[in-house]
Design a protein around this ligand. Sequence first.
Ligand SMILES: [Zn+2]
Length: 294
Amino acid sequence: MKNTFCIVASLLFVWLTACQSQPPFASAQAVTETPLININAASLEVTYLANEGFMVAGGGHKVLLDALFGKGLRHYAAVSPAQRELLEQARAPYADVDAVFATHFHDDHFNAESVLSHLTHNPQAFFFSTNQAADKLRATGKFEPVKSRVMAALPKEGERLRHRHRGIDVQLLNIHHGRTRPTENLGFIIELGGKRILHIGDSEAEPSVFQKYEVAKERIDVAFLPFWYFLNDESKRAVREHMQPRNIVVMHLEQDFLPGRTGHDNWQKRWAQIKAEFPNASYFTQELEKKQFD
Ligand SMILES: [Zn+2]
């Protein structure tokens, strides 16, 4: 126990030293080796929370992505107060979450108090996000007790940072949120139970970014992609050629797309086209809706 503590403490020191002036992953090397093929991979269970927020479970591991946020933004779904409380208190089914991810700090993806609360109630969980999100955590004045479990970084575009936590392999990719805006946005490739997921947050990155990262070689089992990737030929090409996921979850849907709303008919037409081109795509509309991916 003590040894474990020492190891954690020294790792923490390296981490924090690196934190002072530059991203803590700065010393990590960009690695591009071909991934191993996993033969006995467990299936993944994806639970939808809201917007781009999901819990993914597989091989005895659980992660939360873009799920710990507050009221969210107008036009997009937010987590209900009841689920938000369970998430923040780290109560079942979120008690045994191994890692929490936020692609960027915007209010429909991240909330500093929510993340801090979850980390406080769930001492095994690490939090992976951008430096901008870490700054928000720091600004609460309550960062100190959790900072050893906060992994914040923004690699150079084309470089990835790797981390292994509780049997989960994590890669952080710099997938930009529009080049004209300063928002840091990460893409995550996470392997749990031998299956790989990709979540790209609010990326507006063009095909060349995914090509540079050779995402297609990663053998992604489930890619979580915002709906705008299916609206024009260029971004569809990014999905088809440079990501090549086995399954696609389309996310960040507007509330207006839902049944009974004015945009629903339009969305239905759009969705029919998406399905024709990407038969492996699906989307979620109900909080706690689950899908299994083999
Ligand atoms: Zn967003």
